[in-house]
Design a protein around this ligand. Structure first.
Ligand code: ADP
Ligand code: MG
Length: 277
C-alpha cells in the first residue's frame, strides 16, 4: 500500500511567523491522468501520478526518487504550476498553486525556481551568461542596469564562477559550470524553493558531488528549500533530509534519508539501493 507522509501542522502553529521548520510545500492526494490516443479513435486514461501526498519543511530537502517513468517530473511540473493536476492540490506557503493567476502567479514564479537537467532546457544557448542571469531580474523589473550588473557579479561569485564567465556562452562551459550558472540564475530572485529535476544527472560523480556541495552550502546560507528529483539514490544520500520513493506514479516508501538507507521497507527501495555502484 502507498505510504503517505503527513506532518499536519496544528492551527496554532500555522499562525506563527514563517521560519525554518514550518511547512512550505504541501502536496495532497495529487493525481495526474494523461489521455492516450489509441487506434480507431479509442482513447484511454493513464495515471502518471497517483494519489501522491507529502509535505516539505522550510529549509529542508525532500527528494523524490524512482526509476524513469515513475512520475517524478510530472510531480515537478505540477509543483511549478506548469501543469494542472487532475485531482488533489499543492499548497505553497498555504496557497493553492494550481489556481494562481496574474500577480499572484508572477510572485510564485519568483519564489519557486526550477533547475532542470543539463543540457536539455537548462540554459538558452543564444544568451551569454550575463544575459542568462540578468534576464529574470529584468522580467521582474528589479533594479537598473548598473545594479543588475552588480547582482550578476555577486551571483557568479556565490556559485564560485569567475566574473569573466559573464561574456561566455553556455556551449563554452562544462556541464558542471552550466549547472552553476543555472543555480545563479535560480538564485537571482531570492527564491524560497528550488525544484531540481535531475539537476546533476548529466554530470560525472566528482562534478556531481561539487554541485551538490554548493547546493548544500547555499541551503545553509540562504535557508533554501529543495524539492530534489532524481533517479539516483546515491545523489539522494548527499543532499536529502527526507525521501519519497515513487513507483508507477505512487509513493511506495516515504521516510528520512537515514531510514531509507539503513532500513528500507520495500523491496523496490532495496532494489534501488542495490543499483548504487
Ligand atoms: P519520470 O520523471 O519519473 O521519468 P515522468 O513524470 O516524466 O516520469 O513520466 C511519468 C509517465 O507519464 C511516463 O509513462 C510518461 O511517458 C508519461 N507522461 C509524461 N508526460 C506525458 C504527457 N504529456 N502525455 C502523456 N504521457 C505523459
Ligand atoms: Mg523525469
Amino acid at each position: 500500500a502507498p505510504v503517505h507522509v503527513s506532518h499536519a501542522t496544528p492551527s496554532s502553529e500555522a499562525r506563527k511567523p514563517a521560519g525554518k521548520g514550518d511547512t512550505i510545500l504541501e502536496v495532497k492526494n495529487l493525481t495526474k491522468e494523461f489521455k492516450l490516443r489509441g487506434a480507431l479513435g479509442k482513447s484511454s486514461q493513464f495515471k502518471a501520478v497517483d494519489d501522491v501526498s507529502f509535505t516539505v519543511k522550510r529549509g529542508s530537502t525532500m527528494a523524490i526518487v524512482g526509476e524513469s517513468g515513475s512520475g517524478k517530473s510530472t510531480v515537478a511540473q505540477m509543483a511549478l504550476s506548469l501543469l494542472a493536476p487532475t485531482e488533489g492540490s499543492i499548497l505553497f506557503d498555504g496557497v493553492e498553486v494550481n489556481t494562481l493567476k496574474g500577480k499572484a502567479l508572477f510572485d510564485f514564479r519568483r519564489r519557486v525556481q526550477p533547475i532542470f537537467q543539463d543540457p536539455y532546457g537548462s540554459l538558452d544557448p543564444m544568451f551569454n551568461i550575463y544575459r542568462t542571469i540578468e534576464e529574470p531580474l529584468k522580467i521582474h523589473k528589479i533594479g537598473d542596469s548598473k545594479s543588475r550588473e552588480k547582482k550578476v557579479r555577486e551571483l557568479l561569485d556565490q556559485v564560485s564562477m569567475p566574473a569573466a564567465t559573464m561574456h561566455r556562452y553556455p556551449n563554452e562551459l562544462s556541464g558542471g559550470q552550466r549547472q552553476r550558472i543555472a543555480i545563479a540564475r535560480a538564485l537571482a530572485l531570492n527564491p524560497d524553493v528550488i525544484i531540481c529535476d535531475e539537476a546533476v544527472s548529466a554530470l560525472d560523480v566528482l562534478v556531481q558531488a561539487q554541485v551538490l556541495n554548493l547546493l548544500n552550502e547555499l541551503q545553509e546560507d540562504l535557508g533554501l528549500t529543495y524539492l530534489f528529483i532524481t533517479h539516483d539514490l546515491a545523489v539522494v544520500r548527499q543532499i536529502a533530509d527526507q525521501v519519497c520513493v515513487m513507483q508507477n506514479g505512487r509513493i511506495v516508501e516515504a521516510a528520512s534519508t537515514d531510514e531509507v538507507f539503513n532500513n528500507p521497507k520495500q523491496t523496490y527501495t532495496q532494489d534501488l539501493l542495490n543499483a548504487i555502484p
